[in-house]
Structure formats: structure tokens, C-alpha cells
Design a protein around this ligand. Structure first.
Ligand code: ADP
Ligand code: MG
Length: 387
């Protein structure tokens, strides 16, 4: 398991005065895969490099498998080669003048703990087998596809039987089709070996697919963390809701709340929502609605529909996205099965599904990006959430 406390990293001479990593606490439980998810520049790679020992922090403590590997305050620093880790980067870092197996054997045949050739070959073969490449062991590296090269990197990271696997955007350089296969391979190996893993990505779908737990980051800090299903279906912070692609948001006011739902007064009408944070009667919220939670209908038998007009539609193969104007607001609705066949200018009712909308308190500190006020709440809530 990995334990990180109060991690801070500052790069000198940067135009932006913010810390690249600004006080991160995280735990990765034994055998679990935890993802760091966030936009470019939010500090994911720096956090991973600090855990790996490729970067020295300004403050904080890092333990791996119960052993303190880094604590600047106490003068503790274990170098990268002495940490029980395997690392895979975005670029494959496969040596072109070697075969697949030579690439995987390389770390076993170098450094202080050099293994005899036969033993190194046997271990490398095992690792290749784990990633489904045993058949291609003697193929020259340049004759392997991008996905195969990335699996070689993974095999190489696993040969020393590390306690912890650190993966930095390992799928980003792969074509869309391959990406899913290598993703599944990584998750498969991780679960079979039960290896404690930190996975870095900026891609929401990828994070949901592979993670036991997702940690959402913004500007060097943790915004929110939770199980993948929780981050998807019930984000507690506006930053997370927007980053997870919940594209519809409507301003409203709290009418009443109980333990499981909150009644919101919208311009469009009343709506039962999932509550987050402190919501008292009369307080302002933004209501977030997934496109698939807005059902379109030509008639409105339930009487709950919002009357609107179709602006345009986009076809995705397995679904249609309709952009519908309701009053002053443009809403996006995603329809999977129904061939409703609506065209520009058609009148339509938008019927919001019950109990899927999320009411999030309005950020009142004037921070336009929506992350500022949420952060303090997330940090306070975060510490007890994990493990
Ligand atoms: N070696 C470096 N020198 C100066 N600034 C850096 C360095 N590495 C990263 N940064 C800065 O630190 C911040 C976080 O970067 P990074 O951890 O790479 O983000 P991410 O991986 O989430 O895209 C960014 O503002 C980036 O410009
Ligand atoms: Mg990065």
C-alpha cells in the first residue's frame, strides 16, 4: 500500500506562483488501482514522479508497503532504484535495437542485483506471458505495434516483482482501437497479480473503466475522491460534475430536503434531486443533469415535461444527441433506442428522469473556474473517505 501525506512540490522560476503539487494526502490500499484524474497541468505526473522518487518534494511524507521512502523534514530519501516500484510512461521507452524479451530482461541484467542470464530470461518470459506476448518474445521491438510495445513496457515494469505499479497515461499514445485492448490488459494483469497501482490519466472514461477508486485533481490539489460509480453518478463537487461531462446545468433554489433527496425550484418547474454538501431551504444551487437523464417525447402524459424546440441533432451510431431549447436554456438530451426522428424546429417535451439530477451548492467565492470553494470542502471530507 502507498501512503502520501501533505505532499508539496514547487518548481522554481515558474511564471505561475502556484505549487505544482499543493498538499496532497492519499492512500492506495493494498492490491487496489487508484486513478489520478484531472486536466492537463493539474499535477498528476508530478505526484506520480514524487511517489516514484524521480522528483524530490518540498514537504510531505511518502511510504510504500509500510516503509518510509521520503520525508524531507526527517532527512529521509530513498532513490528511485531502491523503491519497490515498476513504472510505465506514456512513451513506450522500448529500445529499438533489442527484441521484445531483451527489452524485458534488461533491468534484470543491470544494476547491483544482476541476475544470471538464464534466470533473467525465465523471469522475462513469465512477464511476457502475463501480458499475452510470450509468442512474440524474439521479435525485434520495431516490428511490434504500439499496443504491443506498451505491453512490453508493462512486462518490463513487472519483472522485478514490484510492490507497486505506477502508470502515467500509458494509453495516450495508442490509437483508439488499441487503447481499449491495452487498457483491459493492464486492468486484467493488475487484478490477477493483485498489485497496488497508481494510474494517471486525463480521460474520464479510461478512469472509470480501470479504477477501484478515482481521485479528481485540479491545480495541484485533490477536489474529490470516490469509487468510480460514485464519481460518475453522484459527483459532490461542481468541478467534478463538469469534468465528468455532465453538460446540462440549471440554476435553482432549495425548497426542502430530506436524507436522500432535495426538492429544487427551477425556472422549468420542481425537480427531485440527489443532494450534495450543505443545502438549506432557500439556498442557491446548480442542478446537473446527464444528457441520458433527459428523455424526449412528443407528448407529455406525465405533465412533468419541459416544453422546448429542437435546435439540431448529432448522430453517434449507438445514440442521438438532441440539442433542445427550453426557454433561454439549451439542453442536451441523449436518446439510445427510440428512433424519435426529430428535426430542427420540432416542438418536443424534455422529461427529466427522477432522482438522477444532482444539486450542488453554488460556489459563492467568485472563482470562475468553480474549483476554489469546493476545494476546502473536498479536503475536509476527503481524509476520512478512503481505505
Ligand atoms: N520540470 C518542471 N519544471 C517546471 N515546471 C514543471 C515541471 N514539471 C511540471 N511542471 C509544472 O507543474 C504543473 C503540473 O505539471 P504535471 O504534473 O506535469 O501535470 P499533469 O501531469 O497533470 O499534466 C504544471 O503547471 C507544469 O507546467
Ligand atoms: Mg502528465
Amino acid at each position: 500500500m502507498i501512503e502520501v501525506r501533505g505532499l508539496v512540490k514547487r518548481f522554481e522560476g515558474r511564471a505561475v506562483s502556484r505549487n505544482a503539487v499543493d498538499g496532497i494526502d492519499l492512500d492506495v490500499p493494498e492490491g487496489k488501482l487508484v486513478t489520478l484524474l484531472g486536466p492537463s497541468g493539474c499535477g498528476k505526473t508530478t505526484t506520480l514522479r514524487l511517489i516514484a522518487g524521480l522528483e524530490r518534494p518540498d514537504a510531505g511524507r511518502i511510504s510504500i508497503g509500510g516503509k518510509l521512502v521520503c520525508a524531507p523534514g526527517e532527512g529521509v530519501y530513498v532513490g528511485v532504484h531502491h523503491r519497490p516500484i515498476g513504472v510505465v510512461f506514456q512513451s513506450y521507452a522500448v529500445w529499438p535495437h533489442m527484441t521484445a524479451i531483451e527489452n524485458v530482461m534488461f533491468p534484470l541484467r543491470s544494476g547491483q542485483k544482476r541476475l544470471p542470464r538464464a534466470e533473467a530470461r525465465r523471469r522475462a518470459m513469465e512477464a511476457l506471458d502475463m501480458v499475452g506476448l510470450a509468442d512474440l518474445a524474439d521479435r525485434p521491438a520495431p516490428a511490434l505495434s504500439g499496443g504491443q510495445q506498451q505491453r512490453i513496457s508493462l512486462a518490463r515494469a513487472l519483472t522485478r516483482e514490484p510492490e507497486v505499479l505506477l502508470l502515467d497515461e500509458p494509453l495516450s499514445n495508442l490509437d483508439a482501437g488499441l487503447r481499449d485492448r491495452v487498457r483491459d490488459e493492464i486492468r486484467g494483469v493488475q487484478q490477477r497479480l493483485g498489485i497496488t497501482t497508481v494510474f494517471v490519466t486525463h480521460d474520464q472514461d479510461e478512469a472509470l473503466a480501470v479504477s477501484d477508486e478515482v481521485i479528481v485533481m485540479d491545480r495541484g490539489r485533490i477536489v474529490e475522491r470516490g469509487a468510480a460509480q460514485e464519481i460518475y453518478a453522484w459527483p459532490r463537487e461542481e468541478f467534478t460534475a463538469r469534468f465528468m461531462g455532465i453538460s446540462n446545468s440549471l440554476p435553482g433554489t432549495v425548497l426542502s430536503r430530506d436524507a436522500n433527496t432535495v426538492e429544487i425550484d427551477l425556472v422549468q418547474g420542481r425537480l427531485s434531486c440527489l443532494p450534495t454538501g450543505k443545502l438549506s431551504e432557500g439556498s442557491s444551487v446548480n442542478v446537473f443533469l446527464r444528457p441520458e437523464s433527459l428523455v424526449l417525447s412528443r407528448k407529455d402524459p406525465s405533465g412533468r415535461g419541459w416544453k422546448g424546440t429542437v435546435e439540431f441533432s448529432i448522430y453517434h451510431g449507438d445514440c442521438w444527441d438532441y440539442h433542445v431549447r427550453v426557454g433561454d436554456t439549451l439542453l442536451r438530451s441523449r436518446m439510445y433506442r427510440e428512433k424519435i426522428g426529430l428535426a430542427h424546429g420540432d416542438p418536443v417535451y424534455v422529461v427529466p428522469e427522477e432522482a438522477t439530477a444532482i444539486a450542488i451548492p453554488v460556489n459563492t467565492d467568485g472563482d470562475a473556474s468553480g474549483a476554489g470553494a469546493s476545494l476546502s470542502g473536498a479536503t475536509a471530507k476527503g481524509a476520512g473517505d478512503i481505505g
